[in-house]
Design a protein around this ligand. Sequence first.
Ligand SMILES: [Zn+2]
Length: 270
Amino acid sequence: MTPRSRKPQPAPTFWRNIRIAFLLLLLAIAAYSNWYDRWSTTDWDETLWVGVFPIDADGGRGTASWLAQLSQEDVSAIEEFLNAEAHRHGVGIERPVRVDLYPQVSERPPEVDPDSSLLSRAAASLRLRLYARRNSHPPGRAPPQIRIFVLFHDPGFTKSVPHSVGLQKGLVGVVHAFAANDMTPTNNVVIAHEILHTLGASDKYDPATLEPYYPIGYAEPDRQPLVPQTLTEIMAGRYVAGPGKFEMPDSLRDVRVGHATALEINWPKP
Ligand SMILES: [Zn+2]
């Protein structure tokens, strides 16, 4: 009797090649989708649609009843600001940006810690993209291109809130805001800042001191004397009110999109 021979096995390199080809395909799809998002949100030839999704951050009775009276009017200043600045920087269409308030979302977004390792940040950003996909299609409403989830905290028992984030990869932002009418103008400054992050704008302040960078973080870099400034560059988030004194603006009326930010988001006249 002849010895039994084993069935020929496919060479291990075959399966390794298949695995590598599959990973390369996934990377190519991700690169294409990031490129497409960037191109389609910064070509400025049709209205860019932004959705604001409110979330009750603390479950208190005060926040719930405050959220119930939140209306489209509360976010209209964001659209007015972005459109006025887009026109000033040479965007030709009548309504470059549309900002809509969407129904409340009950699921809270996953946390993204900007100080964690590259790998855990990549995993967190993937979780956030999946979260945004799950939660931005309310019945009867078309999903917007850019999704901003706003966690409203009761100022009665939350004095300071975590950092807000805006990710260009995935076109999604998470904003921490205060559930109070007199905080709406400053909440809107933070929401506008994160919207511009999703379009590719970068921060223009020193994270250690919060000092706006000169000249790119100044709304009036040519002002004489330079300090005090009265207007805020949106991606600097604060203006220099005096030597070593950096203040947040009261509302978007005192905020501008500076040259460097306009260049980053592809506005025609930076
Ligand atoms: Zn920022």
